[in-house]
Design a protein around this ligand. Sequence first.
Ligand code: NAD
Length: 280
Amino acid sequence: MSSPPVCVLGLGLIGGSLLRAAATTGRQAWGYNRSAQVVDAAVADGFDASTDLTATLRRAAHADALVVIAVPMPAVGSILEAVAEHAPDVALTDVVSVKAEVAAAVAAHGLSRRFVGGHPMAGTAESGWTAGTAELFRDAVWVITVDDGTDPEVWRQVAELALDCGSVVVPAESGEHDAAVARVSHLPHLLAEALALSGAGGGDLALGLAAGSFRDGTRVAATAPPLVDAMCEGNAEALLVALDETLDVLTTAREQLADRSTSALTRAGHEARTRYEQRR
Ligand code: NAD
């Protein structure tokens, strides 16, 4: 069975990288972006792109393409509205960092039948078309959701695209995915922000002395705030659980430090180090 064409809606860091990666696999691939500036840049780079969402979707319906939604969560509803109107039967996936909220929006638009959620765990703190690269997904984990009613043929199409982009496919239920990324992706954004603010609180000297550990810990604080807000708000329930557990750990560390209970602090440090080593 030959690979279907790919139609990418939203040509920022992730969508722009996907359009490039899909094109390098030899598939027919085209994209939509609302801004003419981005579309002009994509076309100048040799890609097939348009600012006309209706025409882009009609073309996808006609070509039986796999349509990939690659916009931030707040924009997903308006994209789904257009899909429901112009291409209600296409195979549909997305790359949004939260999965249950997208699945609910897809269901609200009556598009669940041929929808399979996706989340490539790839990215940088940069954004926009110019930040994209065809290599972004190489060796990255790409979560593809398996929920009640998942269409196996659409799942196969999404998995094939992910594998063609060089990713490793990990199946997961939407809720399982959200609970996991709350801990390893969304919480680190909040911790990086807290650390960046704490460093700034130390004034010029503290920031002047900041070296590797501060740089590593604050790296994702450079992410565009609206993207972080959308991730956190869209996964609030799971993120609150992870945040509460982390606050407990920090509160305990604070109490131990106040009591000068260094042996307890050392035990926690050993456990954290063991967990870190296991992860590698
Ligand atoms: P980006 O800012 O680089 O690109 C977003 C794109 O969406 C832009 O092309 C923008 O024009 C378009 N867009 C925004 N609002 C729109 C609207 N109302 N209507 C139509 N288009 C609109 O962001 P990105 O990093 O590519 O993120 C896109 C999606 O990928 C998000 O849902 C994000 O959760 C997900 N994601 C991001 C990362 C990451 O590390 N950046 C990783 C995995 C998944």
